[in-house]
Design a protein around this ligand. Structure first.
Ligand code: AMP
Length: 194
C-alpha cells in the first residue's frame, strides 16, 4: 500500500527544545517529497504551523481542518492548499480520519494525545484499518512505549493488536511501517462493521 495522505497530530506549541521544530520541519518536507498530503488541524501555531509551512515550501499538499471556534480566534493557517472550517472538534477528527491513510503523532500535549488515541481506538474496533505512529523525537514518546507495554502486560491491550501503533525515532522507517497492510483483527473478533 502506498500512502497518499497522512494525518499529522502535533503540538500547538513549539516545545522547549528546537529539536522538536526541526523534526516537524523534516516531517513536512519528507511527506511532500514522497507526494503524501499532510492532513492536519489547520493551525498556524506551534509544531502544527511548522509542519504545514515545511510541506508547502517543499511543494506538498496541505489539508487543514479547523473548528470554527479556533478559526474565529485567528489561529488558522491561511496558506494551506485546502481548508475546511467545521463546526465541532468531533467533526474535525472525523474529516481528518476520512481523508488520511494513516496517523502520525509528533510531540505534543493533550490535544495530540487524544487525537492519536482516538484513531488507535477506532483501529482496534476496525472502524478503519489504518495504522498510527509516534515519531519519537528526543525520546519524547518513551513514556508511551512504557505505557503501551504496561497495558499489554496487564491485559488491557491485546498483544495481537499492539501493532496498530508504532513508536519509532526514524521518520522514513516509521512511514514505511505506516504504509504496511494491517495485521490485526477486530478486538471482539466480530465481523468487521463499518
Ligand atoms: P496540543 O497537543 O494540546 O497542543 O493540541 C494539538 C492538537 O489539537 C493539534 O493536532 C490540533 O488538531 C488541535 N489543536 C490544538 N490547538 C489548536 C489550535 N490553536 N489551532 C488548531 N488546532 C489546534
Amino acid at each position: 500500500m502506498s500512502l497518499t495522505a497522512v494525518a499529522v497530530f502535533c503540538g500547538s506549541s513549539p516545545g522547549r527544545d528546537p529539536a522538536y521544530a526541526d523534526a516537524a520541519r523534516l516531517t513536512g518536507r519528507r511527506l511532500a517529497e514522497r507526494g503524501i498530503a499532510v492532513v492536519y488541524g489547520g493551525g498556524h501555531v506551534g509544531l502544527m504551523g511548522t509542519v504545514a509551512d515545511a510541506a508547502l515550501e517543499a511543494g506538498g499538499e496541505v489539508v487543514g481542518v479547523i473548528p470554527r471556534s479556533l478559526h474565529e480566534r485567528e489561529l488558522t493557517h491561511t496558506g494551506v492548499t485546502e481548508l475546511h472550517v467545521v463546526e465541532t472538534m468531533h467533526e474535525r477528527k472525523a474529516v481528518m480520519a476520512d481523508r488520511s491513510d494513516a496517523f502520525l503523532a509528533l510531540p505534543g500535549g493533550a490535544g495530540t494525545l487524544e487525537e492519536i488515541a482516538e484513531q488507535w481506538t477506532w483501529a482496534q474496533l476496525t472502524i478503519h484499518e489504518k495504522r498510527s505512529g509516534f515519531l519519537d523525537v528526543l525520546g519524547f514518546w518513551q513514556p508511551m512505549r512504557t505505557m503501551l507495554d504496561h497495558m499489554v502486560a496487564e491485559g488491557f491491550v491485546r498483544e495481537s493488536q499492539s501493532g496498530i501503533v508504532t513508536i519509532d525515532d526514524d521518520l522514513d522507517r516509521l512511514l514505511e511501517t505506516l504504509a504496511s497492510p494491517p495485521t490485526w483483527r477486530d478486538k471482539w473478533d466480530l465481523e468487521v462493521k463499518r
